[in-house]
Design a protein around this ligand. Structure first.
Ligand code: UD1
Length: 420
C-alpha cells in the first residue's frame, strides 16, 4: 500500500491544469453501451474509477482503447455483448450500477451486482429500481444481484422522484433515450455532470429537454449515432485546488475550468475572504483579507456540493472563529473529522452538523484516508500543518484525483508518495 508524506507550511503558487470530470465521464461512458458504433471521448481523467469502469465495460463485451497521454477513450461494439456485471468489479465503484439502464434499454436483460458498501452512508439504489420499473422493467433483487428484464422493451413514463438523486436521474435518462414514447422526470437532479450527459446524448441524436425547475423530458429515439465528445472539466477538482490556495495563503491560477459550474462555490469562497479573478476558462485565487468563519449547508446543485464539504472543513480549521457545516445529502460523511482532530483541529459533531473552531496551526500526524473527498481534505490540512504528515490508504485519493501530488508539487508543495 502506498502513502503520502506531506511537509506542510509552504505557500502554493503557480498554475494547475484541471482534468476532465470523473463524475461526468462515468455516466457518459456507461451510456456508450447504447451505441452500435464506435464512440470517442476526449478529456477523460486518468483516475482509478475510470480504469475500473473500463474493466466493467470490457467485461460487458465492448472493446476499449484508452490513450492515457492524450486522455482519449474509444469504445467499440463488436457484437459480443454480455449482460452480467459481477460483484468483483461493482464492489469498488458504486456508479457501476448505472450499467443496468443501458443493458435493459438495449438488450432487454441484465444481471448486475448490487454495489458494494460505502463508508459515507447506506446509499441504496431503490430510486433507480423503482423508476426503471415504471419504464416497464421487471426487477428481482436476490443474493446480492439485481436481475432485470424488459421483454417488451422499455416505454416512456412519468417519473416523480421522491428525493433528488444524481445517479437515479442519470439511470433514467440513459434508460429512456431509446425507449418508446416520452418520459417526463420531475424532481430531477440538474448537476452540471447530468447536463453534460444530456448534451452528449443530444449531440448523438437524442431528444432531451430540461429546465431549471428540475424537469427533464426525453422523447425516445430509434438509434444514436456516434460523435466525438469532450467531457466537461472537473468542478470539484478545481474547487479543491482553490481551497489549497486559500489554506496555504498562496495564489493559484487554475486552468481549463468552466467557471459557470463553479459559481455556487465561488460565492462562498468570496464571502470567506477570497479574491477570485475570473477569465474565460481559468481563474486566479488568493486571500483578499483575513479569512472569516462561514456556514454552509450541502444541497443538490445549484446548492453547495457535498463533494466539497470535507475540503471546506479543512479550511475552517484555519479560520479564527466558529464555522458551521450541515451535511444534508449523506448521513455519515464526517469521517474526516476524527483524522483532522488527530492533527489538532477543534470540531464538534451533532448529528448532521459540524461546528469547527478555527485554531492557529494544525500539527502533523499520521492519519488515514477513508473516502475520496475525506482523503483530499487531509491533504489540504497537511499542506497547512507544521511538520510532516503521513496519509495512509491513499488509494481512495487515486479514485478521483489525477496526478494530485504532481500538480501540487509543481506549485511548491512538498509531497512524496512512498510504498509501505
Ligand atoms: C453522486 C456523485 C457523488 C456525490 C453525490 C451527491 C457520482 C459518480 N457520484 O453520487 O460524488 O457526492 O452524487 O451529489 O456522480 N439515494 C437513495 N436511493 C437511491 C439513490 C440515492 O436513497 O436509489 C440517496 C443517497 O443515499 C443519498 C442521496 O440520495 O443520501 C443522494 O445520492 P445521489 O445523488 O444518488 O448520489 P450518487 O449518484 O450515488
Amino acid at each position: 500500500m502506498q502513502k503520502l508524506l506531506i511537509k506542510g507550511g509552504k505557500k502554493l503558487s503557480g498554475e494547475v491544469v484541471i482534468s476532465g470530470s470523473k463524475n461526468a465521464s462515468l455516466p457518459i461512458i456507461i451510456s456508450s453501451l447504447l451505441f452500435d458504433d464506435l464512440v470517442h471521448f476526449e478529456n477523460v481523467p486518468k483516475v482509478r474509477d475510470i480504469f475500473t469502469l473500463i474493466n466493467l465495460i470490457k467485461v460487458l463485451g465492448r472493446e476499449v482503447e484508452f490513450n492515457e497521454e492524450k486522455e482519449i477513450l474509444k469504445i467499440s461494439n463488436k457484437n459480443k455483448n454480455k449482460y452480467f456485471a459481477p460483484y468483483s468489479i461493482m464492489r469498488t465503484m458504486r456508479a457501476g450500477v448505472l450499467v443496468l439502464a443501458p443493458l435493459l434499454a438495449k438488450f432487454g436483460k441484465a444481471r448486475v451486482s448490487l454495489p458494494g458498501g460505502c463508508s459515507i452512508g447506506a446509499r441504496p439504489v431503490n430510486l433507480h429500481l423503482e423508476a426503471l420499473k415504471k419504464l416497464g422493467a421487471k426487477i428481482n433483487v436476490k443474493n446480492g444481484y439485481i436481475d432485470a428484464i424488459a421483454p417488451k422493451g422499455l416505454s416512456g413514463s412519468n417519473i416523480k422522484f421522491p428525493s433528488i438523486s444524481v445517479g437515479a436521474t442519470e439511470s433514467i435518462i440513459i434508460a429512456a433515450v431509446l425507449a418508446k414514447g416520452i418520459t417526463k422526470i420531475s424532481n430531477a437532479a440538474i448537476e452540471p455532470e447530468i447536463i453534460d450527459l444530456i448534451n452528449f446524448l443530444n449531440k448523438c441524436g437524442a431528444d432531451i429537454e430540461y429546465n431549471s425547475q428540475r424537469k427533464i423530458i426525453i422523447k425516445g429515439v430509434k438509434f444514436l449515432y456516434p460523435v466525438r465528445y469532450r467531457i466537461i472539466p472537473d468542478r470539484i477538482e478545481a474547487a479543491t485546488y482553490a481551497v489549497a490556495a486559500l489554506i496555504t495563503n498562496g495564489k493559484l491560477l487554475i486552468k481549463k475550468v468552466n467557471n459557470e459550474h463553479l459559481k455556487n462555490i465561488f460565492n462562498v469562497l468570496k464571502k470567506i475572504g477570497a479574491n477570485i479573478k475570473i477569465f474565460k476558462d481559468s481563474f486566479v485565487i488568493f486571500r483578499k483579507r483575513k479569512l472569516k468563519p462561514f456556514k454552509i449547508i450541502t444541497k443538490p446543485y445549484p446548492g453547495f456540493p457535498t463533494d466539497m464539504q470535507a475540503q471546506f472543513m479543512a479550511l475552517a480549521t484555519q479560520i479564527k472563529g466558529s464555522s458551521v457545516i450541515n451535511e444534508e445529502i449523506f448521513e455519515n460523511r464526517f469521517l474526516h473529522v476524527s483524522e483532522l482532530m488527530r492533527m489538532g483541529a477543534d470540531i464538534k459533531i451533532k448529528k448532521q452538523k459540524a461546528v469547527i473552531n478555527g485554531i492557529k496551526n494544525l500539527n502533523s500526524a499520521e492519519v488515514m484516508a477513508t473516502d475520496l473527498r475525506a482523503s483530499v481534505s487531509l491533504v489540504l490540512a497537511a499542506l497547512s500543518a507544521t511538520g510532516t504528515t503521513t496519509i495512509n490508504r491513499i488509494y481512495h485519493l487515486d479514485r478521483g484525483y489525477s496526478k494530485l501530488e504532481k500538480k501540487l508539487n509543481l506549485c511548491g508543495a512538498n509531497i512524496k508518495r512512498v510504498n509501505d
